[in-house]
Design a protein around this ligand. Structure first.
Ligand SMILES: NC(=O)C1=CN([C@@H]2O[C@H](COP(=O)(O)OP(=O)(O)OC[C@H]3O[C@@H](n4cnc5c(N)ncnc54)[C@H](O)[C@@H]3O)[C@@H](O)[C@H]2O)C=CC1
Ligand SMILES: O=C(O)C(=O)COP(=O)(O)O
Length: 348
């Protein structure tokens, strides 16, 4: 039996606070069994980690989840090695200076969403290009237009010019799924050096260039303390007439009223997976806006993605148990962690 599968008598202690996830969501039954075989798992109220008591806090090696932690609580957790957040977004809810000074890893499993979101982005782009959903609705209602008649405003993704705003896990996955389309892909990401983009085969570009030179523009930038609402009326006006604006990260990077106005005027088309309020009120104007394709924050939330989170957590905890560094999850960086502002989901 491999060393990692052997039942342990001295099982390390894990505090479980995975909200908004649950352990059943992120672990397959087999993985959950492996978790319990290797670790003593204490379920916690994420809002009251301090209330767990000193016996638990002093033993805890890992936290699965991203609950708020005070400096006092951290002080009571001398054995803590990692916070594994089972989310994509990092929340500014713990004293990161203390966490980094202590060498505690803060890890995110957000990479699991990259392929699901990229595929949804591709589907949205093709849909905006070919009007598939609208044509289906017309067909159901008996007013379909046949052949070229139904393609008056259709265009090709192949050979087009594409912009990607944000080149983290989502942006990189999007670039991969777009690789068959012979498109020219420009990327704007102010936190990355040009060489990272060039190595990925894309052209580094300013925000102005991606806005002005794209037929399809994908937004997969995280919301940060520096960029809230940075895509507004001026940005939409700078886009090519008829271009497609595809928002996949968070509504917080966009002035949503200005986006609605730009689509309403017929200047651009848009698709979005994310909205300023979720769920969106029934009377919200974007619900009935022609030229706008809506998706109810479904891009990343696939069961296969959630189950990968559990695998990543287990693999990294097992590495750290052997005093090796975590290799599956992404580490929060001391320079940027407290600047992240993407609002966490409330519905999985
Ligand atoms: N719709 C959905 O289902 C999902 C949405 N998301 C959202 O997408 C965002 C991105 O996810 P990941 O790629 O995994 O995160 P990531 O942290 O890997 O990448 C974010 C990228 O944004 C870049 N960035 C920061 N400021 C920027 C700016 N002003 N302009 C352009 N780029 C900028 C960063 O340099 C980084 O490369 C997350 O913050 C999350 O909120 C994530 C997963 C699923
Ligand atoms: O599903 C998404 O949109 C995500 O970004 C993942 O959400 P979370 O970071 O877990 O709130």
């Amino acid at each position: 039996m491999p060393e990692t599968d052997r039942p342990r008598t001295d099982r390390p202690l894990v505090i479980s606070a995975p909200a908004p996830r649950t352990l059943d969501l992120i672990f397959t039954p087999d993985a959950l069994e492996r978790l319990h075989r290797r670790y003593r798992v204490i379920e916690a109220d994420p809002e009251n980690i301090a209330g767990l008591g000193s016996a638990v806090l002093s033993e805890a090696r890992y936290i699965v989840g991203q609950p708020p932690l005070s400096a006092d609580t951290l002080e009571r957790m001398p054995r803590l090695r990692a916070v594994l957040n089972v989310e994509s977004n990092l929340i500014d809810n713990m004293p990161y200076d203390v966490v980094f000074r202590r060498g505690i890893h803060v890890l995110t499993t957000g990479q699991v969403f990259a392929e699901p979101v990229a595929e949804m982005g591709l589907a949205m782009a093709l849909n905006l290009a070919r009007g598939i959903v609208d044509a289906d609705v017309d067909f159901r209602e008996g007013r379909e237009r046949w052949g070229g008649e139904g393609n008056k405003s259709a265009r090709l993704l192949s050979g087009s010019e594409i912009g990607i705003i944000g080149f983290g896990d989502l942006g990189k996955a999007l670039n991969r799924v777009l690789s068959g389309f012979r498109a020219k892909i420009r990327v704007h990401d102010p936190w990355l050096p040009a060489s990272v983009l060039l190595d990925a085969g894309v052209e580094p570009a300013s925000l102005e260039t991606v806005l002005a030179e794209s037929d399809f523009l994908f937004v997969v930038a995280a919301v940060t303390s520096d960029n809230e609402g940075f895509l507004g009326a001026k940005a939409f006006a700078a886009m090519r007439p008829g271009a497609a604006f595809i928002l996949l990260s968070r509504a917080g990077v966009v002035d949503f009223d200005a986006l609605i106005a730009a689509v309403e005027s017929g200047h651009i088309r848009a698709a979005s997976d994310v909205f300023p309020e979720e769920p969106l009120p029934l009377g919200h104007p974007v619900r009935r806006l022609p030229g706008f394709l809506r998706s109810a924050h479904r891009a990343g939330a696939l069961d296969i993605a959630f189950k990968r989170m559990g695998e990543m957590v287990l693999e990294d905890m097992e590495l750290m148990d052997r005093s090796l560094p975590p290799m599956r999850c992404k580490r929060a960086e001391r320079e940027t962690v407290a600047r992240m502002r993407s609002k966490p989901v409330t519905v999985n």
